[in-house]
Each structure stands twice: as structure tokens, then as C-alpha cells.
Design a protein around this ligand. Sequence first.
Ligand SMILES: Nc1ncnc2c1ncn2[C@@H]1O[C@H](COP(=O)(O)OP(=O)(O)OP(=O)(O)O)[C@@H](O)[C@H]1O
Ligand SMILES: [Mg+2]
Length: 375
Amino acid sequence: MPNSGLTAIELRSLTKKFDDVVAVDNFDVIIRKGEFFSLLGPSGCGKTTTLRVIAGLEIPTEGSVLLENQDVTRIPAYKRNINTVFQDYALFPHMNVKKNIFFPMKMKKVKMDDAGPRIQKVLRLVNMEGFETRLPQQLSGGQRQRIALARSLVNEPAALLLDEPLGALDFKLRIAMQKVLKDIQRNVGITFVYVTHDQTEAMTMSDRIAVMKGGLVHQIGSPDEIYNEPASAFVASFIGDMNFLNGKILKIGEKEDHAEVSGNSVRTRKTKTILNRGDDILLCIRSERVLLNPGKSLPDNLIKSRLKRIVFRGVDFEATCEFNGSEIRAVVGAAFWDHSLKEGDIVRIGFNFDDVVVFPRSEEKDVIKYSAEAV
Ligand SMILES: Nc1ncnc2c1ncn2[C@@H]1O[C@H](COP(=O)(O)OP(=O)(O)OP(=O)(O)O)[C@@H](O)[C@H]1O
Ligand SMILES: [Mg+2]
């Protein structure tokens, strides 16, 4: 985690409207120097628009953009010391690798002779030495994206904005490139603002993540905070594999609350929202936190249920359990799976009160569902 404490980019009450569409709604953030900061959210939530406003390609409707504490809201893109990398790498097809990387320096009137060492340095950084004379069409997708990255780094920008830079790559290459990108970012120490709608990508690469929906920022936090302390039901549903159960508040306690779920009393974490007895709520429990037939040390909550469905997924098993009309999924590592279990069995499911996060039921409309019922 960068701790220089210096500000790279600041957004103040940033709003961008296109006619009556609010693409970005009152976004406030301070991004630190050297930070890997991601914008994460579903399609249309305003990620690209935020990036374009930072780059200077869009003028905000309200609010301001500061780069290294200087207000640049009205400063054109080419005068900002930042660079953008897009998904489609946009290399010049008729120029070889060396000329492609030289291009931004040429714009800044650096001579080819002086540029040589800088080109070599960025090629080394992206591990592409020896490819100088190749044309883009003679490179693989991952190699092209590395060259695009080298080109965006060669003028040593204060910050790099990346809009789904790995989106066009296949799954395995994307995973490999995530590591390459993260290593490069660490080595050069440049601030990255990274746009993705892939939650795993954001979680594994970022120092902090802003989770957005419909132009609104729901939460800004470290991957740990976003995962374990989701600020809204939307964030809880967008990241990781979450169970959502309907319930009602039974009792407000000092350290924990009690809720009623399909005739069971369930101990829950205290909410940040003020809730009262009788309020309708959503209970969120990570599927990997649900235990099946727990043994010696019993969890805070135990519910008798019927094992409705077992799915083997390679690394783990997903068990869907049912009790009085409620469903809950438990994900169990394949090595820990009890092979005597079968569909229709009566089991006990268990989970601790601290693993139950509660939101008002009114947030149910924001929950992203991946289950079959959502299709
Ligand atoms: N130039 C434009 N004119 C009108 N509406 C626009 C324009 N650009 C974006 N929008 C709208 O603003 C909203 C946010 O778009 P944006 O491109 O920022 O989303 P995104 O989060 O990048 O989505 P994706 O993941 O699909 O790339 C959308 O509703 C989009 O239709
Ligand atoms: Mg986009």
C-alpha cells in the first residue's frame, strides 16, 4: 500500500450528465500517489465516463478534477501529465514496435537518438526486448497490450488511466497479464486508475476500489473492507458469492441483533443503519462461511434443513439447502467434502453471527442475482 500520503488525483463532487442521464453522480475521492485504484461496477455505471473526465476528454457538469493539487477541470487533455490505455490497444498497424513506442515522444519533440535508451527501458519493463522491429499484426494479443502499455509509460506520466485493458484477452492470458500489470505498476510506482467490471480482477490487483452503480459510488475501500464490510446490499451482492435471506428484526442487542428467518431465530452482526424490532431485512452470508453439519466447536447459528442440490465444481462443492421456504448455499472445499452426503438428506447448517451482515429490505432491488431464478 502506498503511504506517501501525497495526492495524485482528487475528484470533488464530480458530476457528469448526458442530457437527463446522470453518468457520474457527485463522486468525491482522493487517490494517492503510487496507488492502484480501481473503478468497479456493472455495465453503464459510469466507469469510463469518470476516467474520461480525469483524462480531460469530457468536461464535468459540476465539480472539479485536481491533479497533484492543481485544478485542471478546464485544462485540455493534451496538457495533462496523464495517459490512457484502452481495451483495443490502438497501436498504429503500419508502424513497428519501436516506432509505436517512439510516437508519444515524437509528439514531445524528443529525437529518435535520445529516445533509444528510454524505449529500451520500457521494453525491458514489459518484458518485450527483442521485439523492436515487429509489426503489431505479428504479435499476440497479450504482447500487443504490453507494447501499448510500454508506449503509455514512455513519457513517464504522473498517472495512467486504464479502461478494461485486458478485456479483449482470453481468460488465462488475462490472469497472466494481471500479474504483469501489477508488477509493472509496483516497479514504476505510477498511480494507476483501473477500470474493470470484473470483481476478481479488481480484488486481486487494487489497493483500493470504488464500487459504482448507476453513477453512484456505493463504497470506496480496500479489497478487505469491500469484501468483509460491504456498505450496501448491492456491494455485498456484486462481490463474491453471497446468500441473501429475507428476515425480520426480532431483538436489538448490544453486540449483536436477532432476526427471524423462516421460523428460526438467527443471531446477526449489528447494522450501521438504524433498525427497529419488526423491520424487514436482508441477511447476507458468504457461501464459504456456511458450514455443513459442523462438528465440535458449534457456530452461533444452527438451522436444520434439507439438502436440495449438490453441485461438484472441481475445487469445491456447492450445496443448496432449504428450510421452511428459505434457501442457503454452502460452498465446501473438495478436500473437506463428506462424500456420504446425498440430495434429500437432513443436515444442519451453521454460521457465526459476525458472518451475517444485515441491510434494510428496501435494498433488495439493488441486489445482483446470479442464481437460476434471475434468468
Ligand atoms: N457520450 C455519451 N452520450 C450520452 N450518454 C452517454 C455518453 N457516454 C456515456 N453515456 C451514458 O452514461 C452512462 C455511463 O456510461 P459509461 O460508459 O461511463 O459506463 P461504463 O461503466 O464504462 O460501462 P461499460 O462497463 O459498459 O463500459 C451510461 O448510461 C451511458 O449510456
Ligand atoms: Mg466503459
